[in-house]
Design a protein around this ligand. Structure first.
Ligand SMILES: [Zn+2]
Length: 333
């Protein structure tokens, strides 16, 4: 059991240690592309609004094929984080099979996209992970190696459970002190769409806001280790750096944070997209969602910006698939 993470070099923060040396040893100019495949049903639950059955699966129907085309065009291989519940749908399983055929990897995003994840009992956390894992294994024949908690609900309990289950890496940590601001904005959005307020444990706690930006290894007293791969944030100010934020704030924000990352030499890092980023919501007649600019954005504008973001990153950095990168580092140790 991982009671407390330990550091390989003793004196420093336990989270800065790595079995393979300090994270500064990691090579430079590298990037991981991740996609959280939260479908519209998960977005509806997040803001407490009802999504008609006909619109619940638009991300898989609309957004995922479009992302696959963009990845092909830019020669990007990504890791796609799957909610287990979606594996109950044959058409979604088929779409995930297509993702695998094109060289992408799948990872675990929990079963039900539970946004109180940080507060769940250990047994409930295990159920969320294991159920998705088993379904992916049965339906697709894949052994999921990575995990991201819904809402970036990072915790030591989660790492402990994942290490026990033999997972290679977790990517739930958003090392930004802006968790409180993000929770405030989330509450405002819920109010704006007149959704039902619900208890959530989204976004980082202040104490986790200054954890390392680069991958680091966490080992428990029992010797079980797991890599933590933080979600991308910029250096210094630690502004969130993911596609949905860049789409909403604009390309200047993207270029600003990307320039800071290049200047600081932070590498590798995760550029996170959501399936919704590449989804055309013009046919989704849910009035609550229509109140938000993000869902009003024309698909042409979304795709043009996503092409700009990914194209810029791919030109400057070498894209790796997380599963292969960590496997390799474990082998060479
Ligand atoms: Zn999610």
């Amino acid at each position: 059991m991982l009671s407390k993470p330990k550091s390989a070099d003793g004196g420093r923060s336990p989270f800065e240690g790595s079995k393979f040396g300090a994270s500064d040893d990691l090579s430079r100019g590298e990037l991981f592309v991740h996609v959280d495949l939260d479908d519209v049903w998960a977005i509806g639950e997040c803001y407490g609004i009802n999504i008609p059955r006909t619109h619940q699966h638009v991300v898989y129907e609309e957004g995922v094929p479009r992302l696959l085309s963009l990845f092909d065009e830019l020669k990007v291989r990504a890791t796609l984080f799957v909610c287990g519940k979606d594996l109950e749908h044959g058409s979604k399983v088929e779409m995930l099979r297509e993702c695998l055929r094109r060289g992408h990897h799948l990872a675990n995003h929990g079963w039900s996209h539970n946004l109180s994840f940080r507060k769940l009992e250990a047994q409930h956390i295990e159920e969320e992970i294991v159920r998705t894992h088993s379904w992916a294994e049965d339906a697709l024949g894949v052994n999921l190696r990575g995990f991201r908690a819904p809402g970036y609900a990072w915790s030591i309990n989660l790492l402990s459970k994942l290490a026990q289950l033999g997972y290679l890496y977790d990517s739930s940590l958003m090392p930004s002190p802006f968790g409180g601001v993000l929770r405030f904005l989330d509450a405002r959005i819920t109010k704006l769409v007149r959704g039902n307020k619900r208890e959530k444990t989204q976004y980082p706690l202040l104490g986790d806001g200054f954890r390392p930006l680069k991958p680091f290894l966490v080992c428990g007293n029992d010797g079980a280790c797991i890599w933590e791969l933080p979600v991308g944030v910029g250096p210094w100010l630690r502004l969130p750096f993911q596609a949905s934020v860049c789409l909403q704030v604009g390309p200047s924000y993207f270029h600003f944070v990307e320039a800071l990352l290049a200047l600081s030499g932070v590498s590798p890092f995760v550029f996170l997209l959501h399936g919704a980023d590449a989804t055309d919501f013009s046919g989704v007649t849910v009035s609550e969602l229509k109140r938000l600019r993000y869902f009003q954005m024309p698909i042409e504008e979304r795709m043009e910006l996503l092409r700009l973001f990914l194209g810029t990153l791919v030109r400057k950095r070498c894209v790796h698939v997380s599963e292969e990168w960590f496997e390799h580092r474990n082998v060479i140790s």
